[in-house]
Design a protein around this ligand. Structure first.
Ligand code: ZN
Length: 536
């Protein structure tokens, strides 16, 4: 006879387990699922002390964000920085007003803002050093591009961060300089951007900011999230907070020039674990520095972001630099995750992965490619043949879909941006992601966008690249967990896994794909504990 469970949840359950796709009830003991099936199957687990809950709507595995930046989002949405992202501030005049207002309030303490995007906030001024110094003559001013791949800073911010004309460019990044070699107020790529904003975070405030971030993720139905730009300086605070976190964290440490990590591949537990090492081939489509075989268009949009006519973008690392990083960390047993948008860059990293796999063969390596905007069907097939898996940023279509086609790449290359359908057609397991704070954590929107590919104007980009809602759900649950080497613990509702689940207002398969994004998250559970409940 079964011993009574702590909790039984009954309702319309989608398990994302192909052996039993739906269920009527599940039982939870010590945070894990001990039974799942029909109500009759689970009845024996109900004892006098078992809490029984009827879930309205639909129960799914909690969502998994395979490519996020929660440790950074905790800071940029934490109040010390102003949120000027296009999702919160679409109008350029409001953005400029917010900059002046923050400078007026903060003065010598410095004004820090995140979310600049001239492609979506049309009419923004050009951020020259003269503009920045005039806007903030008496204290630091740092404005981070929405992509995180670029920042603008005034002379006081350079002094505060200790940057001078003699500062060397960080690995894979650089500071813009004028004809005389003086800093021009631009920082390109994360290695150059991070030093400008580290001052906004005070160690004593950080635990509170991180718990607020966990709550933000729980509200969206997420209980597992990766941190794809992990700075090891956060290791102590994560250790100190592991029992209070309401989101499982999987970190990918940023590779640096010294090719070293203090962690070993066997580390952590189901709550906090370093999963791998992050590398970058190229940058952001919105900054003009992705590594393509074809040129950006010559349009108002590309001129606004400073693309030279005929430019095919570029990589930020040489093939030799990338190979050195992969060939250092991969043989140690690490999973690698590589940021790459441009199709030329995809060839480079696949060559490097293929070579590493030949030299150090490993079953089940789950080597990753991140974002993959311009990847081709042939490259997807090659990746799949190597066992390489892609995390696809389909939500870009929802925000930038029109700019991608009309402004940056034209219909032939732009329509097939983020070809999730071709990826799945190879047999590859993929994930969808939001890269928050680049776009908000919105897994339901990802599922909807993957199934519709509707741009802001209402046009549909390459309908053949759509996923079914069921495929998109897998990419936001079990297959995302698989990419994080966490599918043994989460991602589907099966006996032995944690009771990490989300209650939605309706079955996403029962509504029109266009309506999936608007479903409500009614409740979120981590290991059987309710960590979010929607209040009416
Ligand atoms: Zn990212």
């Amino acid at each position: 006879m079964a011993s009574p469970a702590d909790l039984v949840i009954a309702g319309n359950i989608l398990t994302v387990d192909p052996r039993r796709p739906t269920a009527e009830a599940l039982a939870v003991t010590d945070g894990r699922i001990v039974a799942i099936g029909t109500r009759d199957d689970v009845q024996p687990w109900i004892g006098a002390d078992t809490e029984v809950r009827e879930a309205g709507g639909c129960v799914l595995p909690a969502f998994v964000e395979a490519h996020g930046h929660p440790l950074m989002e905790a800071v940029v949405l934490g109040g010390r920085m102003v949120d000027i992202r296009p999702v919160t501030m679409p109008d350029a005049a409001d953005v400029v007003a917010a900059i002046h207002a923050e400078v007026a309030v903060c003065g010598a303490d410095g004004a820090y803002l995140n979310g600049w995007d001239p492609l979506l906030q049309q009419g923004l001024p050009e951020l020259t050093l003269a503009w920045l110094d005039e806007a903030a003559p008496n204290g630091p001013l740092v404005i981070v591009h929405n992509s995180g791949h670029k920042a603008y800073f005034n002379s006081a911010a350079a002094r505060a961060a200790g940057l001078t004309r003699d500062t060397p460019d960080p690995h894979g990044a650089k500071y813009g300089r004028d004809a005389n070699g003086e800093l021009d107020g631009t920082a390109i790529e994360t290695g150059a951007v991070f030093p400008l904003v580290t001052g906004v975070m005070t160690p004593t405030d950080y635990p509170g900011l991180l718990l607020a971030e966990c709550a933000r993720l729980n509200r969206a139905g997420l209980t597992t999230c990766s941190e794809m730009a992990f700075d090891p300086m956060f290791r102590p605070v994560l250790e100190q907070m592991r029992d209070r976190l309401t989101v499982r964290l999987r970190t990918y440490e940023m590779s640096t020039a010294d090719l070293h990590t203090d962690a070993s591949p066997e580390n952590g537990d189901d709550m906090v674990r370093q999963a791998g090492i992050k590398i970058w081939v190229d940058g952001s489509p919105w900054v003009g520095n992705i590594d393509l075989t074809f040129p950006y268009l010559d349009t108002d949009a590309t001129r606004t972001i400073g693309v030279v006519p005929g430019s095919c973008g570029h990589a930020n690392y040489t093939r030799e630099q990338l190979a050195e990083i992969v060939n250092n960390f991969f043989p140690q047993g690490w999973q690698m995750a590589c940021h790459v948008h441009g199709d030329h860059g995809v060839d480079t990293i696949l060559d490097i992965y293929e070579d590493a796999l030949r030299r150090w063969p490993r079953e089940d390596h789950r080597l990753r490619l991140e974002h993959v905007g311009a990847i081709t069907p042939a490259q997807l097939q090659r990746a799949h043949d190597l066992g390489v898996t892609c995390s696809v940023f389909v939500d870009q279509i929802h925000y930038w879909g029109d700019v991608i086609v009309d402004g940056l790449f034209g219909p032939e290359k732009g329509d097939v941006w983020m070809p999730a359908g071709s990826a799945v057609a190879t047999g590859m397991r993929i994930s969808l992601h939001n890269d928050p704070p680049v776009t908000p954590e919105e897994p339901l929107r990802n599922i909807g966008v993957a199934a519709t590919r509707v741009a802001p104007s209402g046009r549909v980009l390459a309908p053949q690249e759509r996923l079914t809602v069921e495929q998109a759900i897998r990419a936001q649950t079990i297959d995302a967990a698989w990419q994080l080497f966490s599918d043994d613990a989460v991602g589907s509702l099966e006996v032995g896994k944690y009771a990490d689940l989300v209650v939605l207002s309706a079955d996403p398969r029962s509504v029109a794909p266009e309506a999936v994004a608007d479903l409500d998250v009614l409740a979120t559970y981590l290991a059987g504990q309710q960590v979010f409940a929607k209040s009416d």
